[in-house]
Design a protein around this ligand. Structure first.
Ligand code: G6P
Ligand code: ZN
Length: 540
């Protein structure tokens, strides 16, 4: 069936697909015009195979029904869809690769709250399993501006509760268990016997799925296959509104987990994941693992897991992520790439074999097993390392700092600022950068200052304006950039870092250790004075 339509405003995909209020996506023709634009801008759907699924938030299943009918009407050959239209983002990435699909449509707004009054999102991934590159999302956006028709089959809803094959107008629909293939991939990468033995010895863990998509994955893998005690996975039922939770695994939003891990009954390991399962947080008994440190520990110990036994080809981190992993890479004698913020920048490095592991300060880590960051993968790698080393999280982290020194690190977010105010803060500092080297700022001497630009070593593309960085002669660093994922006004992110070589000074309180760098940052950028804010809204 052909339906005439008109372009909808603002269908420009951001860092991670198109994210809007759920009600906007539910308004007449909004989802349809965007999905048709995806098909149109990527050479049509005729004869193609797609993977479809999402994080279970409100509107997830309805949207999947629409996409299935549209794929059929556009002549697709086959769609692989998770039961109840559920698929975590890393599982969807894996299924695209496993089935040699032409692409995937993922329904998620990641860690944003879900519900009728909250957020929804649609993201297109390409045949390598990774997020569509910028040129493609631009082509999709261009199409949304002129679209005047879409196609949708006039068919009954697919029975998404029944695993097996169905069809709409000659298009095959495979409703699959969302967990099975992903769990099999994890079994290939990690030593499940060793982890099972550790649980059998009494190792205790708490995994907070935050009422989002990783619940069924974590239950199957941790409790059923690895023998963790029943009840290890909490908030395990994916709910349309995530039970009212903000499914973002950081100390602020996963505060219940934090309290337990610092309480008297704390288990050996605490972990949480986000709405669509690509982020993770790790907490040991009485010790929080900052994402940059966690990534460095994973890189230093990955060879203990079967999937990485032959060593790493290289590692990559986003520029604002701390340089803790750089020291590991140097010790291993492998390359360390520094990219702009955004998982899509890792795609070429992974595809070309330049990097095996990638990580970001924003609670994301992953490897070349898929082309998305992967929360549960990171948790399993930690479990594998813990099983091999038979040390606690605290012992492993402290040992890491003794060996490599400690990169004290923190991110201060100033949220929902008027855009012009936020942009002025950055513009003023940007203008000062050339004259900074050699100057002394609040007792620290500037060694280098620039606006980060990245030249992709594979396709040669150059991305400029990716964040202001000021490095001091003692190795401390200040980075300032605007968030690319916010939905309200502008968010300034201030990243502070200071390296302490040890053996003394490795166990200071983080904000205390960073106080001199914060003072230099405020002297340089004057965020507080210029925004009139007393301090940041969120500190991670
Ligand atoms: C998403 C992206 C990440 C990015 C994060 C924060 O999760 O996939 O690559 O690090 O957002 O981005 P922002 O622009 O808000 O700092
Ligand atoms: Zn996410």
């Amino acid at each position: 069936m052909r339906v005439t339509c008109s372009p909808k405003d603002g269908q420009k995909p951001g860092t991670s697909g198109l994210r809007k209020k759920t009600k906007v996506f539910m308004s007449e023709g909004y989802l349809e015009t965007f999905v048709q634009s995806i098909f149109d801008a990527t050479g049509g759907a005729k004869g193609k195979t797609y993977v479809v699924g999402g994080d279970g938030r409100y509107f997830n299943e309805r949207a999947a029904q629409v996409i299935l009918k549209m794929a059929a009407a556009n002549g697709a050959r086959r769609v692989i869809v998770g039961q109840y239209a559920l698929l975590s983002t890393p599982a969807a990435s894996h299924l695209i690769r496993l089935n040699h699909a032409d692409g995937g449509i993922i329904l998620s707004a990641s860690h944003n709250p879900g519900g009728l009054e909250a957020d929804f999102g649609v993201k297109f991934n390409t045949a390598n399993g990774g997020p569509a590159p910028e040129a493609m999302t631009e082509a999709i956006h261009a199409r949304t501006k002129v679209i005047d028709e879409y196609f949708i089959a006039d068919a009954a809803d697919v029975n998404l509760s029944r695993i097996g094959t169905q069809e709409i107008g000659g298009m095959e629909i495979s409703v699959i268990d969302p967990v099975a293939d992903y769990a099999a991939l994890m079994e290939n990468l990690f030593d499940f016997d060793a982890i099972r033995a550790m649980f059998a010895r009494g190792f205790r863990m708490r995994f907070d799925a935050m009422c989002a998509v990783t619940g069924p994955y974590a239950r199957e893998i941790l409790e059923n296959r690895l023998g963790a005690a029943p009840g290890t996975v909490v908030n395990a039922e994916p709910l349309p509104d995530f039970g009212g939770m903000h499914p973002d695994p950081n100390p602020t939003w996963a505060h219940d987990l934090m309290e337990r891990m610092f309480g008297p009954e704390a288990p050996d390991l605490g972990a949480a994941s986000d709405g669509d399962g690509d982020r993770h947080m790790i907490v040991g008994r009485g010790i929080y693992v900052a994402p940059s440190d966690g990534f460095a520990v994973l890189a230093a110990n990955a060879h203990l897991a079967p999937g990485y036994r032959d060593g790493l080809k290289g590692v990559a981190r986003s520029m604002p992520t701390s340089a803790a992993v750089d020291r590991v890479a140097a010790a291993l004698g492998i390359g360390c790439h520094e990219t702009p913020t955004g998982w899509k920048f890792f795609g070429n490095l992974l595809d070309s074999g330049r990097a095996t592991l990638c990580g970001e300060e924003s609670f994301g880590a992953g490897s070349d097993h898929v082309r998305e960051k992967d929360g549960l993968w990171a948790v399993l790698l930690w479990l594998n390392i813990l099983a091999e080393r038979t040390e606690s999280v605290s012992e492993i982290l402290n040992g890491h700092w003794r060996r490599f020194g400690r990169n004290y690190y923190s991110r201060h977010d100033y949220e929902a600022l008027p855009s012009d105010v936020a942009e002025a803060v950055l513009a003023t500092l940007r203008a000062k950068l050339p004259e900074l080297p050699g100057q002394e700022i609040a007792g620290l001497t500037v060694a280098a200052a620039d606006d980060f630009a990245y030249a992709d070593p594979v396709d040669g593309s150059v991305s400029r304006g990716q964040g202001l960085r000021i490095v001091f002669t003692d190795g401390s660093r200040v980075v300032l950039r605007l968030s690319g994922t916010g939905t309200e006004g502008a968010t300034i992110r201030l990243y502070l870092e200071r390296h302490v070589a040890g053996p003394d000074g490795l166990s200071e309180e983080v904000q205390t250790a960073l106080a001199p760098v914060l003072e230099a940052a405020e002297t340089l950028a004057g965020i507080r004075s210029r925004t009139g804010r007393a301090g940041p809204d969120v500190i991670t």
